[in-house]
Ligand binder design. Structure first.
Ligand code: NAP
Length: 243
């Protein structure tokens, strides 16, 4: 049984390590970041070419199951995998890490709504952690930004007043707290990514009374089988071919 594991997350790497070499797993990465953390086992890198490309690839590669362990905000690849697997009747699982409880955060539906929330609430010193592709909508917001991203956003779309911090998690509580204090941050903008690797910024914000604007997750496609832990994903893969 060959399994395609859509990855780009720590959970996907953990799952690959748990399954390899017992299961024939091919991990797939989008290829967005230079020098990505690689899972053990076979890896392919790059997009499939939309729904048609993924359909072709799954058939040619004789894949008998797909686990989508991509980031909760990677909505396009998740929709494509759900559609193609339903059509080809390939068993399909989404491994979605639990969302963070929003607490007192200002909840918004999109990066654009997050920018509006920052403007409307009059925040002046913003820690922006929504990733390189979401920065452009903040260009005209009248505030100073500390922008943290793994790779540099398009420099033409950055807000006028900002500092760019290129880094990759995980992040620890003490460092996150020090960053908020040093830059006199009054608002943290984050996606509701969930997971432990980037959670300490929320704990630090709560401890310092820093406001949080949180972008809600996109909905999963209807009818997909979902688990929230690597253990459950291992059990699901192990059950393939038994019926
Ligand atoms: N979005 C985030 O905040 C975030 C954060 C951390 C990590 N990541 C990881 O980064 C990757 C890209 O995220 P995104 O938000 O740009 O995704 P996306 O918007 O859902 O996907 C855009 C396109 O990228 C390609 N793609 C995405 N994930 C892929 C994968 N695992 N293997 C092969 N192709 C993939 C697909 O291209 P084709 O249509 O050509 O197949 C897809 O249509 C994901 O794998 C995700 O796990 C995302």
């Amino acid at each position: 049984m060959r399994v395609l594991l859509l990855g780009g997350t720590s959970e996907a790497r953990t799952l690959a390590a748990r399954l390899h070499p017992r299961v024939d797993v091919i991990s797939s990465l989008a290829g967005r970041v230079p020098d990505p953390a690689l899972p053990v086992g076979e890896v392919r890198i790059g997009g499939f070419g939309g729904v048609d490309g993924m359909r072709r690839w799954l058939v040619e590669s004789k894949v008998g199951g797909v686990v989508d362990a991509t980031h909760p905000f990677a909505a396009t690849i998740t929709a494509n995998a759900a559609e193609v697997c339903a059509e080809l009747q390939i068993p399909h699982l989404v491994l979605a890490r639990p969302a963070w409880p929003p607490g007192d955060a200002i909840l918004v539906k999109s990066d654009r709504d997050a920018a509006k929330a920052v403007q409307d609430n009059g925040f002046t010193r913003v820690f922006l952690t929504t990733g390189r592709s979401g920065v452009g909508v903040f260009t005209d917001v009248d505030a100073w930004f500390l922008i943290r991203a793994v790779t540099a956003p398009d420099l033409r779309t950055l807000p006028r007043r900002h500092e760019l911090l290129l880094s990759r998690g995980p992040y620890g509580y003490d460092d996150e707290r020090a960053l908020l204090v040093e830059h006199r941050i009054d608002c943290l903008v984050t996606k509701n990514s969930g997971g432990e690797m980037t959670r300490p910024k929320l704990d630090a914000a709560a401890a310092l009374g820093v406001s949080v604007v949180m972008v809600d997750r996109p909905a999963l496609p209807g009818g997909v089988t979902t688990v929230s832990t690597v253990d459950d994903a291992v059990a699901w893969v192990s059950s393939l071919g038994r019926t």
